[in-house]
Design a protein around this ligand. Structure first.
Ligand SMILES: [Ca+2]
Ligand SMILES: [Ca+2]
Ligand SMILES: [Ca+2]
Length: 183
């Protein structure tokens, strides 16, 4: 890697911050993470007491606490720089929460509606349409990238690996780096 190589992880985290900061005041707070959980819960019409909804909600709560702890802030909100630093530390510190595995499994359990441990093309299309409101014609290209063994569905293993890459890979061509849009 040369000194001029862009830091892909930072670019991805900046993009995540901008997407998550719904009211665009330059801070993330708990309500932004609550909205992220709600986005899935509403899209999949999960009941409040549904275990998948509770797992996602609980994951978001602990994840948020871990970001605050790693940012070392006293208050309850994060600037973009604090968010990026905290995320980099939180994903490698698995003492309280394994962000990539815990979050990946909680989201996979929601997307895999029929519970066969695979995300089918239809299930992935619904995820894009109902959670991310994306009907871009090339959005399904992501499916092909995430289905690394090309068997026509995204296994739990393929999905978790993509989430890990999203947080930890500096390779812009790695499938996980395409998960929230090309860098
Ligand atoms: Ca905000
Ligand atoms: Ca399935
Ligand atoms: Ca596959």
């Amino acid at each position: 890697m040369t000194a001029a190589a862009p830091d892909v992880i930072t670019i991805k985290l900046e993009r995540t911050f901008e997407t998550m900061d719904a009211n665009q005041d330059g801070y993330l707070d708990w309500t932004d993470y609550q909205q992220l959980a709600d986005r899935y819960i509403k899209a999949y019409k999960l009941a409040k007491d549904d275990r998948r909804a509770r797992a996602l909600q609980t994951f978001c709560q602990i994840y948020w606490l871990e970001l605050l702890r790693h940012a070392g802030v006293d208050g309850d909100r994060l600037t973009k720089d604090q968010f990026i630093t905290a995320n980099r530390l939180a994903v490698i510190d698995t003492s309280r929460l394994n962000v990539t595995e815990g979050g990946g499994h909680a989201i996979f359990d929601v997307i895999d509606v029929d519970g066969d441990n695979e995300i089918s093309k239809d299930e992935f299309a619904r995820f894009l349409r109902d959670v991310w409101k994306s009907d871009a014609p090339d959005a399904m290209d992501m499916f092909t990238k995430l289905d690394t063994d090309g068997d026509g569905s995204i296994s739990r293993h393929e999905f978790i690996r993509a989430v890990r890459e999203h947080f930890l890979s500096n390779d812009p061509e790695a499938p996980g780096s395409l998960f929230f849009g090309r860098v």
